[in-house]
Design a protein around this ligand. Sequence first.
Ligand code: SAM
Length: 277
Amino acid sequence: MRSEQLVEISRKKLAEAGIENSRFVVLLLAKEILSLSEADLILKKTEEIESPLANRYLAAVERVASGEPIDYVLGFRDFLEIRLKLSPSVLIPRNETEEMVETVIANENTSRVFADIGTGSGAIACALASHIPSAIVYATDISKEALTLAEENARKNGIHNIRFIEANNIEGLGFLLERVEVLVSNPPYVRTADIDSLDLAVRNHEPQIALDGGEDGLDFYREFFRHLPRGKKVYLEISQYETEGLLRLASKLKGYCYEFRKDFSGNYRFMILYPED
Ligand SMILES: C[S@@+](CC[C@H](N)C(=O)[O-])C[C@H]1O[C@@H](n2cnc3c(N)ncnc32)[C@H](O)[C@@H]1O
């Protein structure tokens, strides 16, 4: 089949399925699967694509048309210049999380021991470990499948300063918690009742364990604050709807001051805690 025919079929299929950004999807799939750039699609439009490759491309289009997120279809996502393999057992890393990690790297590059709690694909841990090579990063998750993938992601990116630990919240770090200087986490924070109103792509494809924060969305933070020792720097991703609840929880903490920060869309998305002087 010629590349122009493939593009035409996929445009039609995606448009019929009501997929937003169908042009972007076509270009991305062509680049990643057919190794054809936007210019190639014009200059080499009559080029014959071999059947196995054309079929792979069309199967990917079909999956996107059925509502699967393109990152799962491609099987990877780039996070602060690190290519992360993805599977349905991990959340697709978000741009907001990149923003949080950029702040951590800028503020904490002289710290030596970090922990990424709920590492998923390993996005936060890999980015910290690769941008601060003198650091050691403990990356934890309660999902074995996530940890296996996160380890693979670190290995494939040549990152060796991460230790992976199956553990529940910060309590699961045990004696290691004492050594950690900076705690970073993007935990599950969607209220259980709100899961049904999430985008279908999220609700049907991303793991529940990565999303569901319990009745008020605060289950993870409640446990986290209960076990938080004095003297740590803490960077948490949060939901804009939970700042009041988080204020209530944090007001019981001793030895900390804290602030909320907005993301690039103007929503409160991060909570940062510092030890009081
Ligand atoms: C929102 S995802 C974030 C994944 C990744 N850090 C990122 O930012 O893309 C939350 C992760 O926390 C893990 N998780 C959920 N509850 C946890 C708990 N109590 N202790 C440790 N990890 C937990 C989930 O398995 C999931 O991988």
